[in-house]
Design a protein around this ligand. Sequence first.
Ligand code: SF4
Ligand code: SF4
Length: 88
Amino acid sequence: MVWLGMVLCDQELESDQRKEPVCNDCNLCVDICPVNALEEPEIKQQVCWDYAFGDDEEKQVWRIACHKCRDVCPYNLGSENSILMKGE
Ligand code: SF4
Ligand code: SF4
């Protein structure tokens, strides 16, 4: 549920320590992807993009049609997904 971006600068900066795990290798995201874009170590970005993003010609808007991999992730938004943990 994040967009990654970057800022370019010429300073050397130290990275922060990672405070919590961000993945437990549960494979839920891999299993739920309707187009198998996550089966390789690297995401098949074009396959995901073609399926999940694009113009909705009926509504004349750009839309995100799929985020199943993020919905199912127990670490969604960087914290434990409480709905999933309750089994709901
Ligand atoms: S957004 Fe949808 S198509 Fe893309 S990797 Fe996630 S589940 Fe697969
Ligand atoms: S669903 Fe989340 S925790 Fe599970 S493998 Fe995918 S990224 Fe990792």
